[in-house]
Design a protein around this ligand. Structure first.
Ligand code: ADP
Length: 226
C-alpha cells in the first residue's frame, strides 16, 4: 500500500507544488492521475520515488517511510518501482535487447536470468522481432514499449508511468495503455499520469484529479472532467 499523508511540497523558490495531499493506493490498483500542466502530478510521483522530499507530511510504501530512507536504502527501494517517462530514456548506443539486459545487470542479475527474462518481456510487449534494432530505428510507440519492457523486467511491485503517451499518436497511445493494463492484470500496481482524456475515459479505472497542488476529485471508475 502507498500512503501520502498530508503531503505539502514547497520548492526552494517558494512554489507550492503540493498542498496537503492525502491518498491511499492499494496493491494492484491502476490509478490515473490527471490535471493541467503544473497541477503537481510529477511532483507527487517524485515524492514516491524519493527524488524530492515533502516539506511537510509523509509518504509510506508499506511500512517504509520513503523520505527517511538513507542513500543505500533509496537505491534498494527504487527497485520496487519501475519507471516509464514521456521521453523514453533509452540508451541510444544499445540495442533493444541490450537496453533491457543492462537494466538487469544494474540490478545484479546473472547472465542466466538475463537470457531467460529479456526474451520473455520482449514477447510481452510484442517486440521480439526488434530485439537487435537500435532505438533510432524504432517508432515512438515501439520505443515506449521497450521502456515498459525495461521497467517490468526486474519485476517491480509498482510501475510509475509519467505521461508515457505524451509523444504518441492515438493508435500508439492505445497500445501503450493496453500493455499497461495487461501488466496490471498480471498483478503490478500502475500509477499513470496523463493529459489524455480518451485514455482515461476508456479505462474505467480510478482517476485522481489534481488542481493547483491539491486533489480535487478521486473517482473509483473515473472520467476526465477538467
Ligand atoms: P505537473 O506534473 O502536473 O505538470 P509539476 O509537479 O511538474 O506539475 O509542477 C507543479 C508546480 O511546481 C509547477 O508550478 C511547477 O512550475 C513547479 N515546479 C516543479 N518542479 C520545480 C522545481 N524543481 N523548482 C521549482 N518549482 C518547481
Amino acid at each position: 500500500m502507498i500512503v501520502f499523508d498530508k503531503v505539502t511540497k514547497i520548492y526552494p523558490d517558494g512554489t507550492i507544488a503540493l498542498e496537503g495531499v492525502s491518498l491511499i493506493i492499494e496493491p494492484k490498483e491502476f490509478v490515473s492521475i490527471v490535471g493541467h500542466s503544473g497541477a503537481g502530478k510529477t511532483t507527487l510521483v517524485k515524492m514516491l520515488l524519493s527524488e524530492e522530499k515533502p516539506s511537510s507530511g509523509k509518504v509510506f510504501y508499506e511500512s517504509l517511510n520513503v523520505n527517511h530512507l538513507k542513500k543505500h536504502e533509496i537505491h534498494h527501494f527504487r527497485r520496487k518501482i519501475g519507471t516509464v517517462f514521456q521521453d523514453f530514456k533509452l540508451l541510444p548506443n544499445k540495442t533493444v535487447y541490450e537496453n533491457i539486459a543492462f537494466a538487469m545487470e544494474m540490478s545484479g542479475r546473472c547472465d542466466d536470468e538475463i537470457c531467460a527474462d529479456v526474451p520473455h518481456v520482449l514477447n510481452l510487449v510484442d517486440l521480439t522481432n526488434k530485439s537487435y534494432n537500435f532505438p533510432h530505428e524504432l517508432s515512438g510507440g515501439e520505443k515506449q514499449r521497450v521502456a515498459i519492457a525495461r521497467a517490468i523486467v526486474n519485476q517491480p511491485d509498482i510501475i510509475v508511468a509519467d505521461e508515457p503517451t505524451g509523444n504518441l499518436d492515438p493508435i500508439n497511445t492505445n497500445e501503450i495503455i493496453q500493455i499497461l493494463k495487461k501488466i496490471n492484470d498480471l498483478g503490478t500496481t500502475i500509477i499513470l499520469t496523463t493529459h489524455n482524456k480518451g485514455v482515461i475515459d476508456s479505462l474505467g479505472k480510478r482517476v485522481i484529479t489534481m488542481e493547483k497542488g491539491k486533489v480535487v476529485r478521486d473517482d473509483k471508475t473515473g472520467k476526465y472532467v477538467l
